[in-house]
Ligand binder design. Sequence first.
Ligand code: ATP
Ligand code: MG
Length: 393
Amino acid sequence: MYNTYMIRYGEIGLKGKNRPAFERRLMGNISRALGMGFARVQRVYGRILVESDADPARIIGKLSKVFGIVGISPALRLPLTEQAICDGALAVLKDAAARVQMAVGEPLTFKVEARRSNKQFPRTSPEINGLVGAYLLDNFPGLQVDVHTPRIKVRVEIREQNAFVYADDIPGVGGLPVGASGKALLLLSGGIDSPVAGWMAMKRGIEIEAVHFHSFPFTGEKSLEKVRDLCRILTGYTAQITLHVVHFTDIQKEIQRSCPEELRVTIMRRMMFRLAARIAEDAGALALVTGESVGQVASQTLESMRVINQVIDIPVLRPLVGMDKHEIISRAKVIGTYETSVLPYEDCCTLFLPKHPATRPRPDQVLEAEKALDVEDLLAGALERTVAENIKQ
Ligand code: ATP
Ligand code: MG
């Protein structure tokens, strides 16, 4: 029944002079999410108004994945007549009432809250409250007025061309519109953590490209397909994601052949960071994003992170740094990546994992061990065999 969606966007309001740019970005992202031609998106009265005749469940589903949106109110856009407004309010009330959970015997309480910016309209806001309230009481059995803590608030807005009536405020994902904060490169494994890290970076307005280190044939086509699927799920929150697939096998073999076992993970991750930094540079990405959190595995101690980080000078964002595994898992379930992440295909890291990786690698030891490698040659070989794919929904 709804044909209009009122979008609230909180944090953007704080951005002062940047506000118009943020709003344009958010509107662009909304249009893209809904599909061009399916909706009209405009900015009015300090909010964004989406008009669409498509299925409300579908529209709300899409809007609730657009970063920057704080709240969504499905509304009816009505002609400026008292009868249309009263009938619209009744329809909105009935719809909202069907979703309210009430205790047995608890009366359904409501209140009408009218706002009139169009002073040509012949009734004042208090008059509209009275008029619409009386109409609802007459036409909806068992209803009671409660002006302090009503279960349902029916809002009526009288604007220049139309009246809008709505009751619900569905929470959005919040954050900032993707693209507003520049671009970063996500190191995307097939695991649980990195897709969540990517999502959290996107939530702060960061557009992401992804890089995956693939160890074909030790890791097969299915593990790569899983990474593509994870990208695809993440594109539900953004337009598209460029996925760089790096052929990592030669580097891993070389590390296994030439470096002490307990330092292999450290060195492997240093190679990943070097490659990622170069891909980021070419892609115009200003930071890397990883799914690391402190203390989770050997390579995620502060000592390891320091030694791994030393090979690059681009910032590394670790959005999961303070999260426990169970918090990461519940987030993965909410954003929809968990089911795919737990599919059993091997990741390249686990295959070459030593039994006792160093948890406190020393920088001098690692530098010494790396002398056995022709680092530049290995990097060049891997970059040459890197393929960029464009992942869309
Ligand atoms: P995840 O669940 O994201 O795989 P993890 O807890 O298994 O993380 P690690 O295997 O130590 O931890 O990886 C740490 C981070 O390094 C990952 O979150 C990811 O950002 C990056 N990473 C690991 N393996 C790969 C890979 N094959 N390709 C791209 N990035 C990777
Ligand atoms: Mg992993």
